[in-house]
Design a protein around this ligand. Structure first.
Ligand code: C2E
Ligand code: CA
Ligand code: CA
Length: 243
């Protein structure tokens, strides 16, 4: 906890970007912003190690603000270079329930000069289902700014399909655990096909996460999955390398 607070004041958090590919055109349509901690002694620390502690201690709210700001700045620069991209930023549960969420986001967009429709926020089913009525209220305020909403790790939480159509969302991200064993697992194939079909009938974009192999890519193409993300295309990289 102490190190995380120090990291904030020493500006040790960096944002890496992983491209999201539009399946039909093969074009990079956007990227996901993923935090990395450049620790002075331990080097690059994975978010899997420090996000849980940051969540528990509430420090995630401050880290999240920095990440959002850096992601918006970097995306604004990419847009200025003539690249048309949408950046997806992960929101943690603590951020989602903070009263200042909407005003913070609005202030960040103004400060960085990023158009709201170039920002997408990734939230999980669990965050929405904690208090569905309140969630719809928050999501509507975010949507009113012109920001896109995406459901991360779709299929791993407890979602209510009845709520799904009431939430003002734009994108479903199929969790990588379902993509991993394609084309070997018939169960995972069935689930992935079902999620792609569900997204299509609800008119949502669908992103397959964790695409690593040509076999997975061919399967997702054949089933008309609209967007793809994974090591097959690129690992998350620093913004200079992303350009
Ligand atoms: P996530 O949001 O589901 O992000 C996707 C994770 O999958 C990333 O791990 C990414 O590097 C990894 N990944 C991408 N393609 C592949 C692939 O083809 N194969 C495999 N095996 N993995 C792939 P990363 O960067 O370690 O992030 C882990 C988790 O930490 C994220 O999962 C997210 O829940 C959280 N996280 C990362 N950055 C942030 C952030 O800025 N804010 C918040 N609140 N959470 C973050
Ligand atoms: Ca994510
Ligand atoms: Ca995910």
């Amino acid at each position: 906890e102490t190190s995380l607070r120090e990291a904030l004041t020493r500006d040790e958090f960096e944002v890496y970007f992983q491209p999201v590919i539009e399946q039909v055109s093969g074009r990079i349509s956007g990227m996901e912003a993923l935090v990395r901690w450049r620790h002075p002694e331990q080097g690059l620390v994975s978010p899997a190690l420090f996000i849980p502690i940051a969540e528990e201690t509430g420090i995630i709210v401050e880290i999240g603000k920095q990440i959002l700001r850096k992601s918006c700045f970097a995306t604004r620069q990419l847009l200025d270079l003539g690249h048309d991209l949408v950046v997806a930023v992960n929101l943690s549960p603590a951020q989602f329930s903070a009263d200042s969420l909407v005003s913070d986001i609005r202030a960040t967009l103004i400060e960085t000069g990023l158009a709201a429709n170039k920002l997408e926020l990734e939230i999980t089913e669990g965050m929405l289902m904690q208090d569905p009525t309140e969630s719809i209220h928050i999501l509507n305020k975010i949507k009113a700014l012109g920001i896109h909403i995406s459901i991360d790790d779709f299929g791993t939480g407890y979602s209510s399909l009845a709520y799904l159509k009431r939430f003002p969302i734009d994108t479903l991200k199929i969790d990588q655990s379902f993509i991993r064993d394609i084309p070997h697992s018939t169960d995972d194939i069935a689930i992935t096909e079902a999620v792609i079909a569900l997204a299509a009938s609800l008119r949502l974009r669908v992103v397959a996460e964790g695409v690593e192999t040509i076999e997975q890519l061919n399967f997702l193409r054949a089933h008309k999955c609209s967007h793809l993300q994974g090591y097959y295309f690129s690992r998350p990289v620093p913004s200079a390398e992303f350009i």
